[in-house]
Ligand binder design. Structure first.
Ligand code: MLT
Ligand code: ZN
Length: 469
């Protein structure tokens, strides 16, 4: 058996390698995905430069060792988990912000930079990096690019792909490719950068990113509106969008989510709260004042139980508190939390939430639904107090997830709006995509990685027998 840990230690030094017997090795076999299958990696290698990443990929190609790239390990679908016999290549030590250029509105960063750290650094210079995944305090920009992460502000500003102008990538075998641009526009050649973003480490390891920035909006304000039921919340959202309102954030949460945050939230939700909508607008102060008035009036007209508005950062943070508490509160309350991130056409959100309630009734599994209503991107949480290591519980939870996926697709939706596919959703891909579409994706992956050693077995299901013959 190849002593890959020993070989990498000799090449990169022992400080770069977490090998067998190390107390932290198991950490690299886990991420934030629900009910994952656990395999510790043969070793984890913590690279500090592009040259080191390329050296690891050269050595692993020569010895046919699979490599799974990892950012901060905050992924929710098993995309960064090692495969049996494989290693993990972590970019957590590549944390340099190399450049922030206010004139060109770009930043050049290493992949291990924490997203929230980048945001603070650019905001200190009056610029703005909009993508805001919920995990921004600890997720990394390289991981965000690998999964094409979204977040609440995606409604107005789009997802990570729209902010990655250029990439440096280390490929399996050790070749280093620099592609893309740092200009605002550019249509020269095929868009390799867009093609790499969202590939969940299956094409290569991102070692540097050129990131697009925007001028910081002069002001922002937040509104929390509480409704008795989902139908009321849905009607208010539709009315506001029809009137041309373009908030930067448009979030929704159902009664179950509210009931779980109620004991912790400083805001006292009305006893009959059945749905909550969180909106955020930004722009010039005068235009914003008008938007806020419109939102308040429309929510009142449509029977909101309570409407709160905040302009000052501390007050706005207080309104966000309940939204931010949902996921941790569910995690605390249940032993199993399968958090999906399905996306349906905006007009089908209320129907989708009703269908999730139907799945809950049919399966006896508790649910909570919240998420990015503006994008139709809902976090459907399937929750259980049962033992997560019991195979029967796992089967039951994934069977319920499959029902949710079936409803999603029946409503014209897609399995994943922002978390990715990894391993946890890979085997459901056929519910949405034809074998032909899957086959073109396999060919595309093999073009970048003919030896299939770069994060193999992720994202796309293996060929069916008939297809491989
Ligand atoms: C969110 O929007 O809160 C995340 O994508 C999902 C989560 O943390 O549960
Ligand atoms: Zn989300």
């Amino acid at each position: 058996m190849t002593d890959i840990a020993g070989i990498l230690e000799r090449e990169l030094g022992s400080a770069a390698v977490i090998g067998p017997g190390h107390e932290r090795l198991d950490d690299y076999g886990r991420d934030e995905s629900p009910l994952p299958e656990f395999h510790p990696p043969a070793c984890a290698v913590l690279v500090e430069s592009t040259e080191q990443a390329a050296a690891v990929l050269r050595i692993c190609k020569e010895r046919a060792v699979p490599v799974s790239p990892r950012g901060a390990g905050s992924g929710m679908c098993g995309g960064a988990l090692p495969v049996p016999g494989g290693i993990v290549l972590s970019t957590e030590r590549m944390t340099k912000i190399k450049e922030i250029d206010a004139g060109d509105l770009v930043a050049v960063v290493e992949p291990g930079v924490v997203t929230g750290v980048l945001q603070e650094a650019v905001e200190a210079q009056h610029m703005f990096y909009p993508p805001d995944p919920a995990s921004l305090a600890f997720c990394s920009i390289g991981g965000n690019a690998a999964t094409n992460a979204g977040g609440p502000r995606a409604f107005k500003y789009g997802v990570t792909r729209e902010y990655i102008l250029g990439l440096e990538v280390a490929l399996m075998g050790g070749e280093v490719l620099r592609c893309g641009r740092r200009t605002a526009k550019g249509v020269t050649g095929y868009d390799l950068v867009a093609g790499f973003v969202g590939t969940e480490g299956t094409f290569g390891v991102i070692t540097e990113l050129v990131v697009k920035l925007l001028p910081n909006p002069p002001a922002a304000a937040t509104v929390l509106a509480v409704f008795a039921d989902m139908a009321g919340a849905g009607a208010a959202i539709s009315a506001l969008l029809r009137e041309g309102l373009r908030p930067r954030v448009l979030e929704i949460a159902d009664k179950s989510s509210i009931d779980h945050v109620r004991p912790k939230s400083r805001y006292r939700f009305p006893a009959n709260a059945g749905a909550v909508v969180l909106l955020e607008v930004d722009g010039e102060p005068d235009a914003m004042a008008l938007m806020m008035e419109k939102i308040g009036v429309r929510c009142d007209d449509l029977g909101a139980l309570d409407v709160l508005a905040a302009h000052e950062p501390a007050d706005r943070r207080a309104l966000w508190e309940a939204r931010r508490l949902i996921s941790p509160s569910l995690k605390e309350a249940y032993r199993v939390k399968v958090n999906e991130d399905i996306c349906v056409p905006r007009g089908r959100i209320v129907e989708m939430i009703a269908r999730v309630q139907q799945v809950s009734l049919e399966t006896g599994i508790d649910t909570a639904v919240f998420g990015h209503a503006g994008d139709g991107n809902l976090h459907v949480n399937l929750l259980s107090h049962d033992d997560p290591d019991d195979p029967a519980v796992r089967t039951k939870m994934w069977a319920a997830a499959e029902r949710v996926f079936a409803h999603t697709i029946a409503l014209g939706g897609t399995l994943s709006g922002e978390h990715g596919i990894g391993t946890t959703k890979r085997d459901y891909m056929r519910m949405e995509q034809s074998e032909q579409v899957l086959e073109w994706q396999r060919r595309w992956k093999l073009m970048w990685d003919p030896s299939n050693l770069m994060n193999p077995g992720k994202k796309i299901p293996a060929r069916t027998k008939a297809c491989s013959e």
